[in-house]
Write a protein that binds this ligand. Structure first.
Ligand code: UD1
Length: 343
């Protein structure tokens, strides 16, 4: 893309200190986009944001702060990652999810409209589909979430569609499948303690931070009986955001809703086998009952993103995803040891 267009489009990344947001910041910065971060550091980490990126600590629902950032930075696009992402927590505390994901997004979208920001990119999720009847699942499949997390995101998608029809703003809603891995240069990765995602849990076990990995359900109607998911490398996902932004700028009259996945699935056992292969050791596995609300198989139909964006994933090999996740786990342990040594 034309470099002038980039410098004319400063981007505000909310949740830029979090897992996926920090990778988007790196992808934007690597491609020469001016970028600033807004994050309340409740689940994010200050170290995940490069020192040369302007950082604002605060909430996305703080309209005055968002107005100030847009005016100071000349923001022309918002990438909105900030939010809560733990599915079982959303079942136990739905109002937290409707506050942090739906109401906070409404406030941010209102601030964006008020300030005349023309482009908005939203982190949505495959959880908007619920338990799909057909897999691979396409964007037009029924959206019947089975947890408040999925609903909180789907409601925001609906708001964006209505707002884009009424105001001079276009948007991209990107529905992520299972995001994993870490920046290949090890500048960021999944740092949340107590994360429940399979690949994170598995690399923690491989790094000796856990004794074993529980396989939740081995009686699914899948080739080996365990759950199948479409794992996407976080850096490929980050690049998809940059390309989506370019598409929004190129055609301000068009908004986009796209699955972000590779269109192929791996079972829990295949993931654990891959971790074992990458490390040359064997993780201890235990068989547990199915986890409530888990679909047997969730694989994206990536036709739309492939047809719409010049997106060429670089890290789709599962062993690469696992190797990067492991590399980050090692780096995280070193960072935490160094912190401990320094008191
Ligand atoms: C869910 C959400 C997704 C969200 C993610 C992280 C849905 C449809 N998707 O993905 O939007 O981003 O949580 O909050 O709700 N597994 C084990 N042992 C473990 C962990 C997981 O066997 O210790 C299995 C699960 O049963 C599942 C697969 O591994 O079959 C992936 O699970 P996980 O990584 O937790 O992600 P999802 O539940 O697919």
């Amino acid at each position: 893309m034309n470099r002038n267009l980039q410098t004319e489009c400063p981007v505000l990344v909310t949740g830029g200190a979090g897992y996926i947001g920090s990778h988007a910041v790196l992808a934007l910065r690597d491609a020469g986009w001016p970028v600033a971060v807004l994050d309340n550091l409740v689940t994010g980490f200050r170290f995940a944001v490069p020192d040369d990126v302007p950082f604002y600590e605060g909430d996305v629902s703080d309209a005055d702060l968002v107005a100030r950032i847009v005016s100071e930075r000349g923001t022309r696009a918002i990438m909105h990652f900030a939010g809560s992402v733990v599915v079982p927590e959303s079942v136990a505390d739905p109002l937290k999810y409707y506050a942090n994901n739906t109401a906070a997004s409404r406030a941010l979208i209102a601030a964006a409209i008020e300030a005349g920001v023309p482009h908005f990119i939203f982190s949505s999720t495959a959880a908007t589909y619920g338990v799909p009847e057909i897999s691979p699942v396409s964007e037009d499949a029924p959206k019947v979430p089975i947890n408040p997390y999925g609903w909180s995101k789907l409601m925001t998608e609906r708001m964006l569609a209505d707002v884009a029809a009424a105001h001079p703003m276009n948007y991209a809603a990107l529905r992520y499948f299972n995001v994993a891995g870490a920046d290949p240069q090890m500048r960021s990765g999944q740092s949340t303690a107590g994360a429940t995602h399979l690949i994170k849990v598995a690399v923690e076990a491989a790094a000796g931070k856990r004794d074993s990995v529980a396989i939740f359900g081995s009686d699914y109607d899948t080739p080996d009986g365990t759950g199948v998911r479409d794992y996407i490398h976080v850096s490929d996902l980050a690049v998809a955001h940059v390309l989506a932004l370019e598409a929004l700028i190129a055609d301000p009259g068009r908004s986009l809703t796209m699955n972000c996945g590779y269109g192929r699935g791996f079972s829990v056992r295949e993931v654990l086998d891959t971790v074992d292969r990458v490390t040359g050791a064997a993780i201890t596995r235990t068989l547990e009952p199915r986890r409530a609300g888990d679909p047997a198989s969730l694989i994206s139909d990536p036709s739309r993103i492939r047809a719409t964006l010049p997106w060429r994933p670089q890290h789709h090999d599962l062993a690469t995803i696992v190797a990067h996740a492991l590399g980050w786990e090692t780096k995280l342990a070193e960072m935490r040891n160094a912190e401990g040594d320094n008191g």
